[in-house]
Design a protein around this ligand. Structure first.
Ligand SMILES: CC(C)(COP(=O)(O)OP(=O)(O)OC[C@H]1O[C@@H](n2cnc3c(N)ncnc32)[C@H](O)[C@@H]1OP(=O)(O)O)[C@@H](O)C(=O)NCCC(=O)NCCS
Length: 197
């Protein structure tokens, strides 16, 4: 279904688990199973962003996609959840980003991969204040801390500590903020230096 303007707003207001106040919704936002999607206040959602909730737990009642207050989900972003994708407050998602908490199984060589069950389901969290670069992929197990930067075209499939810049496929930390020295430092933090995610 393609909707825009007040018709789309009305549809989402009544169908989503929650749509906060003062949200800006651009044209043709696509939503599957909106009752599992929670959107906070002052959120901007770009045109043709796609939210696909398909809970693996048939008795699921709570939302499995959460977009925190003041976050921006840019156009053509694709968010697909079977278990949990939490985007905290004031996160910036650039256009074309893919966020998916599951993947297709492929181990049975007698079957096309399309016919094999989904596996590798792991929750995803993107911490408050973080910024995800254009066309990045955020995959099962990504647990991105506070105020992190994820570079353009990067692939995140593991935890990234708070206040880090991570780039590449798979994404590796290339800079982090050291609060004692009050400066950004090149390289990855040693475990004790990392801000806890
Ligand atoms: C990550 C980014 C913010 C740069 O941050 P920065 O602190 O200025 O980092 P630098 O440019 O010093 O890069 C640090 C290292 O990471 C590398 N790097 C930077 N971005 C990279 C990327 N996307 N993929 C792979 N490597 C990358 C640099 O080449 C550099 O490597 P080196 O230390 O071996 O020379 C920028 O490269 C980026 O990806 N921006 C996102 C742009 C975007 O998506 N805009 C959409 C607007 S809505």
């Amino acid at each position: 279904m393609e909707l825009s303007g007040s018709l789309q707003w009305l549809y989402l207001k009544f169908k989503l688990a929650h749509l906060g106040k003062d949200c800006h919704l651009m044209k043709n936002i696509r939503v599957k199973r909106p009752r599992f999607i929670w959107v906070g206040d002052n959120v901007i959602i770009g045109k043709e962003a796609f939210f696909y909730a398909h809970p693996k737990n048939k008795n699921q009642k709570d939302p499995i996609i959460i977009i925190g207050n003041g976050s921006v989900v840019n156009e053509h972003t694709y968010i697909s959840a079977q278990e949990s994708i939490i985007i905290e407050d004031r996160v910036g998602i650039s256009p074309g980003v893919v966020i998916q908490d599951h993947s297709h199984g492929y181990t049975d060589v007698s079957l096309p991969i399309l016919d094999q069950p989904v596996d590798s389901i792991k929750p995803i969290k993107i911490g408050a204040g973080s910024w995800i670069g254009l066309n990045a992929a955020i995959l099962p197990g990504a647990n991105i801390g506070r105020n992190c930067v994820i570079g353009i075209n990067s692939v995140v499939n593991s935890p990234i500590p708070d206040y880090c810049v991570a780039v590449g496929a798979p994404a590796r930390v290339v800079k982090y903020y050291n609060f004692e020295k009050e400066q950004w430092i090149k390289g990855a933090p040693k475990p004790l230096e990392a801000q806890k995610v």
